[in-house]
Design a protein around this ligand. Sequence first.
Ligand code: GAP
Length: 503
Amino acid sequence: MSEDKKLEKLVSLCKQRGFIFQSSEIYGGLKSAYDFGPLGVELKRNIAAEWWRKMVHEREDIVGLDASIFMHPQVWRTSGHVSNFSDPLVDCLNCKERFRADKAPQVTAGEEVSYHKGGKAKGELLSGKVSDRGYVCPVCGSPELSKERQFNLMFRTSIGPVDPLQSFIDEIEGKAISSQELRAKLEEARNASTIYLRPETAQGIFAQYLNVQQSLSMKVPFGIAQQGKSFRNEIITEKFIFRTCEFEQMEMEYFVEPGTEIDWLQKWLDTRMEWWRGYCNYPENFRTRQHEEDELAHYTNCSFDVEYLYPWGWDELEGVASRTDYDLTKHAEASGVKLSYFDQQKKDPESGKTGWRYTPYVIEPAAGLTRGVLVYLLDAFTEEVSNDEQGNQKKRTLLKLHPRLAPFKAAILPLVKKDGLPEAARDISAKFLSQGIHTRYDEQHSIGKRYARHDEIGTPYCLTIDHQTLEDQTITLRDRDTTKQDRIPVDQAVAMVKARIES
Ligand code: GAP
């Protein structure tokens, strides 16, 4: 299966089987906005729950937070997002494509390139020299481009019973003013009530650092973890749910003593790699990559990406950054609130006296949850070709999802819809549900079709209730990956499935 086809097939399976739908599809859809269907929401919640289990519940040094999406606009000025969180935007003067300069195909400055007029295959063949910028339009290959302009990725809206446009109209009505003044007045009216949709969950953590540290008496090193929606007005949304304007993150800020940050960075990089690989089939498709000097964001002195081998090549899945004391220092300066930590036992390295007050350094593993859904779906998507007894080729599509991530842990299947089998199956189903094990009772279509359906949605086990069940209280347990079937006692079914899921 070609890698291009793989993504196409996965997108189609996601729609057909209820994982991911195009947003507002009945109205023609909203570009690059997606809804998680009944199975998608389970998969996403299971990934999030595993992250929370490993990052918060199984550790003493990390606690959780659920900060609001709206924050004081000063947060984003202080963090640098208002002035720095932008992408270089360029318009192609030939085909009108709008694109990110930093993602455009690189071509040596001065090189002569040819392209079709208007970007149309039958358009006149033109040629031109690549400017000093060293790139061309990613769609038509033309070097005829507009100037680069910085485009801020934060979504702005307004809060409170103020209509910024009305304030603006009241302000300018009847006045003859220049377009420059007009713009300034518009900005002024807008800024009075501007509020941003958060572009990362991290700043909510920094703003609450002191409350969390003091309320739970956290001792450095410690972390604050958060999951939630983030919003970025991406110039290019692409590749299914890989890059969308609304997405979910799982971020953790780990506060450490100055001077220990690089050791912690390595520890967290290893921990996060181990976590991603713990639920996959192909660990070799995950790797780490250190950022080059010129890629480093303004707040970091050393950063890595956890990358995955997507159908289009290696690309980012999670960032693990050493954020220094940048955020706490900036927020302390801007708010006037001391965001430091006092260690009673440690000697102050400058004075030599016992008791050291310092601003903690921060290590940040920042993962994309929705991107994680895509990665685990790609990792699990499998097509198997085998021969049946007559020697005919048959194809089986399955999602080899880790049992902890699978939407349903088991399917409960009466062989036929009569002879008391549905009643017996419903009894077994009730036992699973009462234990909080998410299973699916399913009696539609032939048993073969039901196995195929559950293979496609990643259900690790199928339990079939047949006539023998009524005689000897046994059922068959079929394994999704091997298709092997074992006969097991009904009263051990819950315990056996539970043990396999949790192993
Ligand atoms: N607090 C640091 C931060 O937000 P980031 O590298 O910009 O760092 C972290 O984002 C992760 O969030 C990325 O590695 C990616 O998985 C996910 N992410 C970022 N932008 C995204 C988008 N537009 N769509 C989907 N996921 C995105």
